[in-house]
Design a binder for this molecule. Structure first.
Ligand code: SF4
Ligand code: FES
Length: 404
């Protein structure tokens, strides 16, 4: 018998602060209900010296020749500030691979935007970081691939990356930049979680994001090498709970379990087209960073003759999965439909071939048990070799030598 949600989540209630949910179904046109998000992710480039096998960029990455120019990005920043955005996350690829990164941060500061740099850090030197701080950078988020250099450099596919990241983290704190450690976790590094949290404390980070890999794009290609076991997830959950208790007031810890092992899906992006959009290197405005994996959708660009606000409010791609009207059963008659909005559209597409379906992470999805079984089976395979991210569509890691 399939489990019921009440059996598993009797304690979950509607969030009274989620005012957007309350507006739905009240007879307004759907486009009138969604204010512009306060924070926007802009992906300046897909270029990156690292080759992480779980990269959230699409497998078909954008070539540098298609990237928005400095002037176009400045116009985007102006427009974002004009429509009420308060915060911009500069991301990529590796955003510091753009020669104009300091100029763009300065421009965002001049527009009164709060700025966050999401970086692998390996292209930064102290002078460049100081220039960014002088340009008004408000916050830096550095990714780490593990707690020891050998493993971390192997995951990143980049020699000496780990040591360089430590160095940049130290400079960041010397320059008084608030620091978040971003740790993407999977089967091959989850057992280092305790050490990674300790590392974040040693670096004087304010926050650590313990992000379990999400399986679309590059990570889907690498799923057998990345999928954790249930035992690892159980232990990681305990490690996080203990650390949260121990490190209250010292380190904030964000942690989301991989939803292949969950019974209800995550409220991905806060619900499609409700709280988030990002802009790709060539200027496409997307409802989530992985949305281009849904090949049946077309996304408008800031190079079109539409404003960003128009694209957000009126474009087909944003409206396709907004609210609850699009939902199939079992979501349509489910008490949780305004809590998780049917889960993740990208995951539904990746695992069922259609983004119209309920996310298979949900125990009520007809695909759920097969998804769970796949996760369990792949986690036990012992596959370790990665397909590294690159513009050629990926390169299989060399066979390990000398028992390494
Ligand atoms: Fe209900 Fe759909 Fe959410 Fe599952 S994904 S809990 S069926 S709304
Ligand atoms: Fe795209 Fe979840 S990652 S909707």
């Amino acid at each position: 018998m399939s489990p019921t949600l009440d059996q598993h989540h009797p304690q979950i209630e509607f969030d009274p602060n989620d005012g957007l949910a309350l507006l739905e179904g009240k007879g307004q046109p759907v486009t009138a209900k969604y204010g512009i998000p306060l924070a926007v992710l802009i992906e300046l480039t897909h270029k990156c010296p690292l080759q992480c096998p779980y990269c959230s960029n699409p497998v078909e990455m954008e070539r540098a020749r298609n990237e928005l120019t400095t002037q176009e990005w400045k116009r985007v920043l102006d427009e974002l500030a004009d429509i009420g955005v308060l915060q911009v996350h500069f991301s990529g690829g590796e955003p510091t691979a753009r020669k104009d990164i300091v100029e763009l941060v300065q421009h965002a500061t001049d527009c009164d935007l709060y700025t966050n740099l999401i970086t692998s850090a390996v292209l930064l030197n102290r002078e460049k970081l100081a220039q960014l701080a002088d340009a008004g950078l408000s916050h830096i988020q550095i990714s780490f691939q593990g707690s020891d250099a050998t493993k971390a450099d192997r995951v990143a596919g980049f020699r000496n990356a780990h040591a360089k990241k430590h160095e940049v983290a130290r400079w960041a704190r010397e320059l008084d930049l608030p620091l978040t450690v971003n740790a993407v976790m999977h089967r091959q590094n989850l057992d280092q979680l305790e050490d990674i949290i300790a590392m974040a404390v040693d670096m004087d980070a304010d926050r650590i994001e313990v992000a379990n890999v999400q399986y679309y794009g590059w990570a889907l290609k690498n799923r057998a090498a990345l999928m954790p076991t249930i035992a690892q997830i159980d232990r990681a959950t305990q490690v996080v709970e203990d650390a949260r208790e121990r490190l209250k007031g010292i380190l904030d810890i964000d942690f989301v379990i991989p939803d292949y092992y969950a019974e209800r899906p995550k409220k991905c992006m806060g619900g499609w087209g409700r709280q988030f959009f990002n802009i790709t290197p060539s200027g496409k405005v997307l409802p989530c960073h992985a949305a281009e994996t849904i090949t049946e959708l077309d996304f408008l660009s800031v190079r079109s003759n539409h404003s960003i606000a128009w694209i957000w409010q009126n474009s087909d791609a944003f409206n396709r999965y907004r609210g609850t009207g699009w939902m199939p059963e079992p979501c349509q008659s489910c008490a949780f439909k305004e809590i998780d909005f049917g889960g993740c559209r990208c995951q539904a597409f990746a695992l069922t071939g259609s983004a119209d379906n309920t996310d298979p992470a949900c125990a009520l999805s007809p695909y759920h048990s097969a998804t769970f079984k796949t996760a369990e089976t792949e986690a036990e395979t012992g596959a370790t070799r990665f397909i590294y991210r690159n513009f050629a569509g990926g390169t299989l890691e060399a066979e390990p030598q000398d028992g390494k």
